[in-house]
Design a protein around this ligand. Structure first.
Ligand code: FES
Length: 151
């Protein structure tokens, strides 16, 4: 009698594997369950594959400003800014505070009218609360006079 009621000192406890269900089978079953409810890595990649949209014309966004667009064929809102002449930036237009679209940008400051958060129009960094996280950056390219954004 050691005087110990449970697991004591140097005793080791071996994991008990359910009979008829190996660890591999259990993991495969778990993966199938995740896939069934939409958490498949491959499925996610296919469902959210990035696409390039022509969002606006270069004349639509003046230097130091930014506008929100909803590209044709997309359900998302995109903020396009031109912080300096010929320098283009694109962001997910949803404010990182409560996910409503920001209003746009002036003097290189992106403003959310919902609660007053502000972001840097060049970097997307939050500069005034209540939002604390930066806007999500998208890849942007100019082709002729078209501003194309990939997201
Ligand atoms: S939703 Fe933008 S500041 Fe609150």
């Amino acid at each position: 009698m050691s005087g110990c009621d449970g697991v004591c000192g140097n005793e080791s406890v071996q994991p008990v594997e359910p009979k008829g269900l190996s660890r591999r089978a259990l993991l495969a079953s778990f993966g199938a369950g995740l896939a069934a409810i939409g958490f498949s890595t491959l499925g996610e990649t296919a469902a959210y594959a990035a696409k390039t949209y022509t969002v606006c014309k270069t004349t639509d966004v003046k230097v130091g400003s930014g506008k929100v667009f909803r590209p044709k064929g997309s359900s998302g809102f995109v903020l396009v800014t031109q912080p300096r002449k010929g320098v283009w930036r694109a962001f997910d237009a949803r404010c990182t505070h409560e996910q409503v679209p920001v209003a746009g940008a002036a003097n290189n400051v992106v403003v959310c009218n919902q609660h007053g958060a502000q972001f840097n129009a060049d970097t997307g960094t939050a500069t005034a609360g209540p939002a604390r996280r930066s806007l999500k950056k998208y890849k942007v390219a100019v082709s002729g006079t078209s501003v194309k954004v990939t997201f």
